[in-house]
Design a protein around this ligand. Sequence first.
Ligand code: OOG
Ligand code: MG
Length: 257
Amino acid sequence: MIDPNGLCDALERARAQARPIERLSASHPGMTLDDGYRVQEEGIRRRLSAGDRIAGYKMGLTSRAKMEQMKVDVPIMGVLTEGMRAAPGKAFVMRGLIAPRVEPEIAFVLGRELKGRVSAEEALSACSGVCAALEIIDSRYTAFSFSLPDVVADNCSACAFALGPVSPPAGLSLAGLKIELLLGDKVVQAGSSDAILGHPAQSLAELSALLASRGEAIPAGSVVLSGAATQAVALPVWTEVRATVAGLGDARVQTRG
Ligand code: OOG
Ligand code: MG
């Protein structure tokens, strides 16, 4: 048995002090994926009691590129809060982070609640919007080294997210869209929307199924990050970072120290 409170304390301390810790499974070898979700839930409960609000969810490890980079091979979910939303037009402050990385994503905005096991088409029909997004991840573990239960406990390395202009999904095809990550004018990663579980809406459907297994639904208004189509790269300071998705536009963040 693990102590979700104690493990959450260790992760919260690492985050607050910007000092990474050794992965929890090293000292708790029996830790399961469910244990990881228990620690994650405790972390979210603490954020909410400190006044933060849920903005939505993130799917992680939904592409081969990410699975290979992180050496973990099952999609996972984390929770996004309003405190993680990078305010448009405001510089993103890197001070206080551990070793942030950035990755290009496609995000959905739910127009109505999505519940249960659904197809990708049904998942998409619940959306009022879709957009390019940037996710900034920051592991609380040394050198982003973790097992599946560890990364789930750490809320899937969630740190911040930025959304581009939101388009209505009706009439848009999300298949085979080119996705690029740019630092300044330089393309540093490129991939395709097909890399996200075959289609990004499939990631939304998987989230719905994951939540359904706990008796939960995705509320209307939620933002859902479908997972990076490419590997993440180290986030540099004093740089304009952009995720572009063909036909959807781009999400931007300007970093500062
Ligand atoms: C885990 C988070 C993965 C994604 O988009 O696949 C993720 C990590 O890489 O530290 O956000
Ligand atoms: Mg991500």
